[in-house]
Design a protein around this ligand. Sequence first.
Ligand code: ALA
Length: 878
Amino acid sequence: MHTQLLRSRFLEYFNKQGHALIASSSVIPHDDPTLLFINAGMNQFKDVFLGSSRRDYKRATTSQKCVRVGGKHNDLENVGHTRRHLTFFEMLGNFSFGDYFKKEAIRYAWEVATEVFAFPADKIWPTVFVKDEEAFDLWSSYVPASRISRFGEKDNFWAMGDVGPCGPCSELLLDRGEEYGRATTPLEDASGERFLEFWNLVFMQYNRQIDGTLAPLPSPSIDTGAGIERIVMLQMGVPSVFETDILRGLIATIETASNVEYNPYDKAKAPAFRVIADHLRCLAFAIADGVQPSNVDRGYVLRKVLRRAVRYGRQLGLDRPFLASLLPNLIESMGAHYPELTAAEERIKELLTLEEEAFLRTLRRGGGLLSNIISDAISSGSEISGGDAFRLKDTYGMPIEEILLIAKDNQLAVDLAHYEQLEEKAKERSRSSQRAVMQLAEESVFAQYVGQHGPTQFVGYNVLKSYGVVRAILTDGAFVEAIHSGQSAHLLLDRTPFYAEMGGQVGDSGTLESEHALFCVADCQSPYRGAIAHIGHLERGVIRIGDGVMALVDGVRRQKISNNHTATHLLHWALQKLLGGHIKQAGSVVDPHRLRFDFSHHKALSQEEIATLEDAVNEKIRENSSIASYELPYEQVQGRSDIKQFFGDKYGALVRVIDMEYSKELCGGTHTSLTGNIGLFAIAKESGIAAGMRRIEAVTGHEAELLARQPLRRLEMLAIQLKVPVQKVEERIAKMLEESNALHATLQQVKENQVEQVAAALATATEKLGDLPAVITAVDIAAEQLSGCADALIARIRSGAVLLACVTQERCQLVVRISDDWVQRGISAAELIKAIVPIVDGNGGGKPISAQGGGRSPHRLGDALEAARRYLMEKSWQ
Ligand code: ALA
């Protein structure tokens, strides 16, 4: 059964059992710093398991795009060399949020395994967590007890990460027979190849805290996951996931592109095919969801994946960008179920090719760098340092094995110990940035708060002032009862008009006031969904938990932010109108002073395009139309092409739409009520920030006026420098240009006269070489006058040869002129120059009547002139 069919049968089965069909989330986790990429179907439901958010359904089923690379779940270097490691795969799953539990989960899994997957019932071997008697008993009604194995925490306790939802699990294994090993039970099968796991049922019961303790979840839930590639592999009876339909199809296109045949048993070449097929899927899906190869975080991981694919491509002779040519095949097999892939086709192709080109250039430079490193090491008699080896590997993607081999060929050692230290550090960097770790600690504190008190109610779309009760006070990462004047803290209220930074819009500032206290809010953040932290310090008084405060947002600042946010939507609309629908927002920042908008586009905008954008936005501002906002169920909005939404975002059951009729966008930010409030819009800067990625920085209102006034200010400064009133600047400059042209002409005349004078003086110094009158000399004039001087001289002496030379900055220049009559007698300027320039380490050429040359050794100019004399002497006799 092909992947497509299997996927739909699985989803249909669970849909019939009352599970909502939910689309895969983006592979980029939204608002979850604990994760680099989505690595399991349950990620998009993390909040629901924790009880901090709710959905309209209690059962769901998905086919989730997963990326396992760079995190704890995968080792990139394995992919391609094993039968089943992948960086990208689809995970089928069914979920219960406090609805059914172990009994039904096991029944469904059994039915699907034996009926939908059609695996022979007597080949299915369940495993359970060692202490889970309940699961053991439940399985006993389907298989004999002898086929149920108990495993410990390492195998049968699943956790999403170091913190978060987790619980004991039960796996379904399929016995693939003796061909895959002699083990007779899963407990004996250390490699797991014979008794292959194909489905994991997690009985979600706990939330692991930062200190490692397990807090019970609000209600026991179910999370299951089955890798679709593995199921298809088992069904088709093929030895590896790379022999299944989608991946094998991609391998076929690689065969065509490289003209090399794929032989799964060829240890030298087969890994390359597998690496490329797998990595292409990972890259294409991640790019479609908005990640760009870069030097940080996810972008860094993606860059590593792409470089690995390119390096393996070279093993198949693919030494030019090739990944884009494989994409149509992938879209054909997966685009129908994942429309975001089809929609992003052009952008994916463009980014892949740009990145491949850049890396191929880097590789070529890397080759050069390696030879330098080697020659330096040989001449200094030292080894290749760990730092150099790491640079070659990390920046130029050269595998360490290759570096070791080349070093060995040159009888050089490599400081491997230091290299490995650097490698370990880099791994650490990509695994978890410091920021993520800190946020993680904070996150769990706030998660605990939301768990206890429920979310803070945000009332600030309509009001900027509201009464609230202090629910929690946090100083130095711990909850306290009260704070006193001078102390800094994070304050949480039951309700607030303060907007916490999100979706690019900065947090509000303002004050929290009571009769006895004044707390200045410098920033407002939401470290965890539902928690709104007012960050600031207590200016005076005391604040205690339970105190009532008046929350006052700085209204002027908020208005500017809202204006800029609406202007961002207008800019997005204008960009799509001008450049086309492929323009996608890749990031934005909205603060009171400016807005910044990043988008995918392959070339810089022209001045004209920038003006068109400004005009379009300003026109909408002058229309002064109102901006509507309302909430809709996400199901109704999903798939509506007239509402801009981002695959990179995870939306709740209800979403907010910002509607200006011509532009509709899902957005949680604050907006101005009438477009006219924005006043004026001006683009301050347009620049490139990465391959295929542009950035516009713009200002509105008073800031836009200041920007518009800048050229005038410059003009005023200019007028001061020119010592004329502003109105006279043009006139003054025209006059200066006229004067400067006249001066230039005079100077030219002076130079020509000078050349004439030098020529006249030289004409009197004619020597005779045999019959040939000649002037051969070095002169003290500028190089650009040399030709003019030689022309004037030959005109004066009429018949003969002229060789003039001058010396400038470590070089010498030579020009030769031969009169027509001597050319006819067989003397050639070009030949003369060619005969003498080697003496000054240079080259030259020209025609019989005129030639020129230059050299790097001016101290041998005298010798060259002597050689010219001898040459001409000989020639004049012939
Ligand atoms: N979340 C579980 C897993 O990834 C099902 O294995």
